[in-house]
Design a protein around this ligand. Sequence first.
Ligand code: HT7
Ligand code: ZN
Length: 853
Amino acid sequence: RNPVNLADYRAPAYQVEHVALDFELAPEATIVKARLQLRRNAPGPLKLDGRKLELLSVSLNGEPLGDNRYTLDEDSLTIQDVPDQAVLETSVRINPAANSELSGLYTSGSGLFTQCEPEGFRKVTFFPDRPDVMARYRVRMRADAAKFPILLSNGNKLSSGVENGIAHAEWEDPHPKPSYLFALVAADLVSLKDEFTTRSGRKVDLGIWVERGDEARCAHAMGALKRSMKWDEDIFGLEYDLDIFNIAAVSDFNAGAMENKGLNIFNTAYVLADANSATDMDFQNVERVIAHEYFHNWTGDRVTCRDWFQLSLKEGLTVFRDQEYMSDQFSAAVKRIADVRLLRATQFRDDAGPLAHPVRPASYLEINNFYTTTIYEKGAEVVRMYRTIIGREAFRRGMEAYIAKNDNAAATVEDFWAAMQSITDIDLKQFMLWYEQAGTPEITFDESWDDAAQTFTLTLRQRTAPTPGQPEKQPLLIPVAIGLLNQTGEEIHAETLLLRETEQSFTFKLPQKPGAVSLFRHFSAPVKLKGQSRARLAFLAAHDSDLFNRWDALQQYASAVLLDSVATHQIGQPFTLDEGLKDAIAATLRDATRDPAFAAEALILPMESLLADDMTVVDPDAIHLVREAARKALGQALSAEFHAVYEQFANAAPDDVSGPAMGARALRNAALSYLTAAEGPAFAAAQFTAAGNMTEKLAALTNLVDEPGPARESALHAFYTEWEHNRLVLDKWFSVQARSNASDTLTRVQALASHAAMDLRNPNRVRALIGAFTANPWKFHDKSGAGYKLLADFVLRLDETNPQIAARFVTALGLWRRFDTKRQGLMKAELERILAREQLSRNTYELASKALA
Ligand code: HT7
Ligand code: ZN
């Protein structure tokens, strides 16, 4: 198990200028013939990656090669003495039906699909499967026309037809691309078609390919695709560059979607949506993922990554672009709140544990383990900071420079940095540390007012705690957006400061002493700000004109008082509701009409996992009991206000998925959660029966499942009976039970693990049960250790069939050091049990061993 190191990067010995692929497709035995036109690029033998391929023949410049001319091992085919220009032809047999890893060519339902990022192409044919080898592709396919009438690949279609019951098609992609962007689909699908005309007049045929019967649920995805195409032209001047853009949906998929050139392949969960079966959140996820994959056409496909260490170059940048797109479609403040919520709940956690790694890692055992929130979400924050530091206009020019300079090439994060530096006088040298240093910086501050000089001085300090392999940290370049408010909350000054030192002071000449400072407005850097007083937080929660900080101040205030209550609970004292929290929630309800979506966010108390992050020794039981007690006490104390909001926002049409309608439903459902806590399940039961769409239905069910009894059983039964034939909705049925607070959740999850509808080959179903269960801290951390055992059992079962998915679940045990000694022992024992398994995958081995280190 040797790590791959960034420092060992070497250019490939050969470039592939052109590749012709010929597929005789059949589920159990597919023959792949490849013809590679090679050109020498650097010294060394020709090394082709290949895994689980049965080599049938190999020839060089038309001459068959005997097995004395090459070396073949489990992972590669190496040929010495290849001329500087050569044509290599190989023929291999593969078995897609036996491919349960869902990377390479695999079967899903009755179709054949590929997933090649990051290293799946090597399971299709022998090839230098690395992103800095960019080739032009021509693809021919043949398959049984009865089972596989639709044959798709990248680029433009040259021909297709049926002869003697055999379907055939030929595709050509004019753009050079790395092998990870190759895609093929052979299936019995139908399509929703549309078209888009680019701003320079290119007519693009759009197709979304799904199973028969699902066409009616593709309209939202198609709308999102067209909106994304237009937005990228308007905002970044980036236009689509082929005549066809296809999306194919597949039920069995390891991730959300894949940006293959001209043929995106999507998890059905991010394509199919109608109000009956999909929640508002699902609609937004479809919009976001469609946009994300479309935006990769330029940030990923046209400009790709030199090696996988640069993964955030495309992923961080593309997440940033999809965040901006979503922010333009809906409310910018609410979008920022949702993004920061996610960052804190996932990336900040990872950054504080044994799996912490920089945005550009220096080493990995298994690249599939590095599709993390650090690469994606922190990577997006890093891109956002460039913009905050140099300004919007300069950033846009920097993007143009980056794309112009690296078009059709494989780039590094230095190339992105250089493009940004090329258009600004601000010295960005220090900024590269954001890519190299792991960990979340902590910021503390001091303020002073000089009455005589009428100056206000703000002193900021930064510190990043040690992370694995990085004991010492250097100070980062941190943009700090601030607002100075007067005593009544009006803004008297706003500016973005650049913090470069470990400690640095900034002085402002002001007409009056400020009442409060609002720091890190719109979350201008991914840091933890410490040391704000409760009085300050309450003031900002009521007055800050930066909506993000107004929300954040309330969250920080609520965290502080709930953590106090946890401490009180631990010494056996009863819960009492903090008056300040009650007042802030009451104010939010009073103000709700102004921005219902914002109010809905502000009403959600800090998540249990977030409260846990601020405890030295996490006490999942106390955290849960206190948070529930607060919800109940608030529901009781503000009963009339919650009832009023619940009634007032009842009028959104069930199939209206506009921002205001979604905001109204979100607010109403937030109120429902307090009302259920305070008054029992009657409201939820009524909403369940009356629900006009899935958002209302699922919110009602979520409240109902917390209480064992007939109301819960009949709702779960009705939901199952209505939706048992819709896989995506059935996933919700699994999740809602795994997230439940009910006393019997553990035994129910155990039973669901062997339910007839549980399907280990389907990652969505596994995530619906096990992913949701690990996101239920109170139940997962049950002090018996049964939750840990259940997880480890799943990891070991899944590791045999789908190591990518298995390994992801190991991270749930990664924070074992944060718990009491009993839980520590139980979690550690499960990690050790996983590691003791012989023939553990590299994926699971890497994460389990790092978690224990
Ligand atoms: N770039 C894509 C990543 C992806 C992926 C990674 C590992 C295994 C399966 C996968 N499917 C897709 C998706 C994206 O970020 O756009
Ligand atoms: Zn992506």
